[in-house]
Design a protein. Structure first.
Lengths: 258, 66
């Protein structure tokens, strides 16, 4: 099957993106990424007092992964733009996940401020992936402003509540010329599969893997679910019936006269 | 000389460049970025970037995140 995910002019080998936050033991990050085959990995930017130690997060990320820093901590476009420029200046690439959040209870992104950041950063040759609340018009504006993909949330970050925004995401998939990547709230591989069976380009998972009883196994599980459900998206006829349709012949029964 | 590094007031005993600061703090230079008074200073300029009284310096790098 010749099915390639293209983002920012690059072929991305896995439709499972993985976040590196919340791992109880950072030494599990590398095997989780390698065994799941994840190609795009998110990180955050923070003040560093000691980067030389063994705990430097980059030590745990395979060199061939695409690093996607997020702008977490940003409360408005200006702060997101500053974080993005700092990330790029670290010299690890030009991908950026725009994350602008002002609400500490639900951690919902601010689409309006996110759009402003997309507009500026796309002109500075970033590969911009905005994290957003599913909204058709906001998505269109972000794509027009230069977003390389759009990342609507499934449910609040870290909640494991699944794909609660399904119908709005479906509308966005049908309308979008760039990949739609559900990011946040997916708690089980079945929920990632639900996204992919609908036509999502990829999913981004962090909490469900990092806080699993066995993060490496869970990363593999998500990876297998994403691959299988992407196949199903192409293979499915999409038929859903109102009544039954027998699976075995209705003639030749072993009784009476037929 | 008093400066602010990552939001905390610090005293520097003598003249210092950003390069010397990075070395003194034993930081992995390849994975960090430095902002001096709101400006990102490219790594190749750290050796020439003198730190002045009252400077506000941010030393920023990657951590785990989703």
């Amino acid at each position: 099957m010749d099915d390639v995910l293209m983002i920012g002019g690059r072929m991305i080998s896995s439709r499972l993106f993985i976040g590196t936050g919340k791992f109880g033991d950072n030494r599990l990050i590398k095997p989780a990424l390698e065994k799941s085959g994840a190609a795009v990995v998110t990180v955050a930017l923070r003040r560093i007092d000691d980067s030389a130690g063994d705990e430097n997060i980059l030590n745990f990320i395979p060199k061939d992964c695409i690093l996607m820093p997020n702008t977490s901590g940003a409360r408005n476009a200006e702060e997101a733009i500053r974080i993005a420029r700092l990330a790029k200046a670290c010299g690890m690439g030009n991908w950026i996940k725009i994350e602008v959040i002002n609400d500490n209870k639900y951690l919902l992104p601010d689409n309006q401020e996110t759009l402003k950041a997309v507009d500026i950063l796309a002109k500075e040759e970033f590969v911009v992936l905005p994290y957003m609340v599913p909204d058709l018009y906001a998505a269109r504006r972000m794509v027009d402003a230069g977003a390389a993909a759009i990342m609507p949330l499934g449910s609040p970050i870290g909640s494991n509540r699944g794909l609660k925004t399904k119908e709005l995401v479906r509308i966005m998939i049908n309308d979008s010329s760039v990949p739609v990547i559900v990011d946040a709230g997916l708690g089980m591989p079945s929920e990632a599969a639900e996204c992919m069976e609908m036509g999502c380009g990829a999913v981004l998972v962090n909490t469900a893997i990092a806080t699993a009883k066995d993060p490496v196994e869970m990363a593999i599980a998500f990876s297998e679910a994403v691959r299988g459900s992407r196949r199903a998206f192409f293979a499915s006829s999409g038929y859903i019936g109102e009544t039954a349709g027998a699976s075995s012949p209705l003639t030749g029964f072993l009784r009476g006269t037929n | 000389m008093y400066i602010k590094i990552n939001g905390k007031d610090q005293e520097l005993s003598g003249a210092c460049t950003l390069e010397e600061l990075v070395v003194n703090k034993n930081l992995m230079r390849n994975t960090i970025v430095i902002e001096q008074n709101g400006l990102i200073i490219p790594k190749k300029q750290w050796g020439r970037a003198a730190i002045g009284e009252g400077d506000v310096i941010e030393i920023i790098g990657f951590v785990g995140g989703g």
